[in-house]
Design a protein around this ligand. Structure first.
Ligand SMILES: [Zn+2]
Length: 157
């Protein structure tokens, strides 16, 4: 069974299957080309999860690796690994999450994306920013947890 491409009005989201390219949307009257009516396919879930979660995984792994670096590596290496972990958890992670959410929101009709969420900020900007803030808080908590694990192991030795 082949997958039938979804056709919808890029402005309001109304299904436009059977509506000629020359005819405007029966719901909102906006004209659109066949290319504009095509809804981009949804990405596989694993791709989304990996795409959003890898900076968190790398950051936590870096914090945990400090246990071994302190014992073996050259002076100052632990500092740079810690710095890298902070950048990964609080900069790269939130930015990546915001970009993915922005990509996902591209599937929404323009009318939904442009609707203001917080005062005058359109949803297409406000939602990725909120997600980035949430990821930053989550990553800070996970990084702090990894620090506690690292400290408890270091103290025990
Ligand atoms: Zn429409």
């Amino acid at each position: 069974m082949g997958i039938v491409a979804a056709m919808r009005c890029p402005e309001c989201g109304q299904t436009l299957i059977g509506v000629a390219e020359s005819s405007p949307c029966p719901e909102c009257g906006t004209p659109s080309t066949l290319a504009e009516r095509h809804v981009p396919p949804l990405l596989p879930t694993w791709k989304l999860v990996v795409g959003m979660a890898w900076p968190t995984a790398v950051g936590v792994a870096m914090v945990l690796s400090i246990i071994w670096i302190l014992n073996s590596a050259v002076d100052g290496a632990a500092f740079f690994v810690a710095l890298g972990a902070i950048v990964m958890l609080l900069v790269i992670g939130p930015i990546k999450a915001a970009v993915w959410v922005h990509v996902l929101m591209g599937r929404l009709p323009r009318r939904v994306r442009a609707a203001p969420l917080l005062a005058l900020i359109p949803r297409s900007i406000a939602v990725p920013l909120l997600v980035a803030a949430a990821v930053a808080v989550l990553n800070a908590a996970l990084g702090f947890g990894a620090c506690l694990v690292t400290l408890s192991v270091a103290v025990r030795r």
